[in-house]
Write a protein that binds this ligand. Structure first.
Ligand code: 9D3
Length: 253
């Protein structure tokens, strides 16, 4: 369970990118309600040369530029100074360990987080050694900086805050489908362009609906994310539902 309120500071050369994105949706409402506070700190504010230099060429040569230590460290310390003692510092980096819901939950337990969004080819290694507790990636694809990953992490953290979601999913529903992909969702009309809503969802047999949903969730996880299914220990009912799905997938669909 997340703390009652999380305080986050994002160190970024594009603070507007952070502030602008967070105005919308569930996160925007969590901010308005004070469940979450997000500040920003721009390393460029911690330069003193006329060009306000935040990057420099890599030692050893090669393409691209590296975020230089002094302005970045000064920004990190300024951001940390606004947070309670014991705040953790996380750099969003393509070299990081991959973010998972498990790691989101762990980070949600912190009262304060400094998120460092890198730009250019990367951050001077000495900043990572001296100021950063953890490097996080959001997956194996190349982005142009850490701002969108920082926003991804903030979004995932905000959803864990008590009261952040308008319509709380019950703990029972969570365990019903834990570790599985969602089942297919339908709303009106019953017939859309000749595609009908599955009949079981139209009747009032809630036990049958639960079985159908669980079977679809198991089947889709098997088809699309088999590695997720391998981690689960299926009980007899789930194993039987998956067997049914597999048999039917062999014939129709
Ligand atoms: C020479 C290899 N570089 C790619 C041209 C490495 C590289 C440097 C900087 C790759 C990406 C970036 C910028 N990316 C991030 O800062 C980043 C990121 C990502 O690219 N993918 C997934 N998660 C993240 S978190 C931060």
């Amino acid at each position: 369970m997340a703390a009652a309120s999380v305080r986050i500071e994002v160190v970024s050369l594009f603070p507007e990118m952070i502030r602008e994105a967070l105005r919308h949706g569930i996160v925007g409402r969590a901010l308005q309600r004070g469940l979450l506070t997000v500040g920003t700190e721009d390393p460029r504010a911690h330069t003193s040369d006329v060009h306000r230099t935040v990057d420099d060429r890599p030692y050893g040569g090669g393409p691209g530029m590296v975020m230089k230590p002094e302005p970045l460290c000064a920004a990190i310390r300024a951001a940390r100074g606004r947070l309670p003692e014991g705040a953790r510092t996380v750099a969003l980096s393509a070299q990081g360990v991959v973010l998972t819901q498990q790691r989101v939950r762990e980070l949600g337990a912190a009262t304060g987080l400094v998120l460092v969004a890198g730009r250019y080819e990367g951050i001077d290694e000495r900043v990572l050694e001296s100021e950063v507790d953890l490097e996080l990636s959001i997956g194996d694809y190349v982005l142009s900086g850490g701002e969108l990953p920082a926003l991804v992490l903030i979004d995932a953290l905000a959803r864990l805050l008590p009261g952040a979601l308008g319509d709380e999913r019950s703990a029972q529903q969570e365990s019903f489908s834990a570790g599985l992909l969602d089942w297919p969702h339908y709303t009106r009309p019953e017939d859309y362009a000749g595609r009908r809503v599955p009949a079981v969802l139209l009747g009032g047999d809630h036990a049958a609906i639960d079985r159908w949903r669980l079977k679809q969730a198991l089947g889709r996880t098997w088809q699309r994310r088999p590695e997720l299914l391998q981690r689960l220990e299926l009980d007899a009912q789930r194993a039987a539902l998956l067997q049914e799905f597999m048999k039917e997938a062999g014939t129709d669909s």
